[in-house]
Design a protein around this ligand. Sequence first.
Ligand SMILES: Cc1cc2nc3c(=O)[nH]c(=O)nc-3n(C[C@H](O)[C@H](O)[C@H](O)COP(=O)(O)O)c2cc1C
Length: 178
Amino acid sequence: MKKNITPTQQEVRLGDGEMIVSKTDLTGRITYANRTFMRISNFAERDLLGVQHNVVRHPDMPRGVYRFMWETLKSGQEFFGLVKNMTSEGHFYWVFANVTPDLDASGRAMGYFSVRRPPPAHAVRAAIPLYEAMLRLEREVGPATAPDASMAMLKKTIADLNTTYDRFVLDLYGQKAG
Ligand SMILES: Cc1cc2nc3c(=O)[nH]c(=O)nc-3n(C[C@H](O)[C@H](O)[C@H](O)COP(=O)(O)O)c2cc1C
């Protein structure tokens, strides 16, 4: 169960070369968490295992990002994205996330697998105004249509840049300068 945690303005950073790894079942319930995940999120293993992955959800993240993530995963594709997460104390940490379906020998999804690395600062700077615009739209349209409306905004923003979502995110991750 997700407890009510008040967000703070304090940032926690992943070290260079560090990775947060987790696995979930098909519903997004955590089945594995590595030590870096526990240390950065400040949750003990018993607070994570069997719990929905939204346990680290930050309220600054638009619902449309997760709608798009699940749409991508359900279609059998892997997802890349910049995610702001929240620790047990309410501190925030940004990650560059890769989430993939965890397939059995016959290619059927058994659950999902995620690896998160420290994002470049310019990628976070690019994500913030887009996510803020998505959140504003979500508040305007109300909870029922918020995820679809803001996912549509995300897709349109990418389309207007004449690129694909994956290329947009991976380019941001790959760029050194900025
Ligand atoms: C493998 C995997 C990893 C995930 N990692 C995160 C994460 O780091 N942070 C997060 O907020 N949601 C993560 N999610 C998505 C959550 O399951 C959930 O959809 C999201 O937090 C939105 O929650 P809400 O619908 O309660 O708003 C992950 C899902 C999967 C399958």
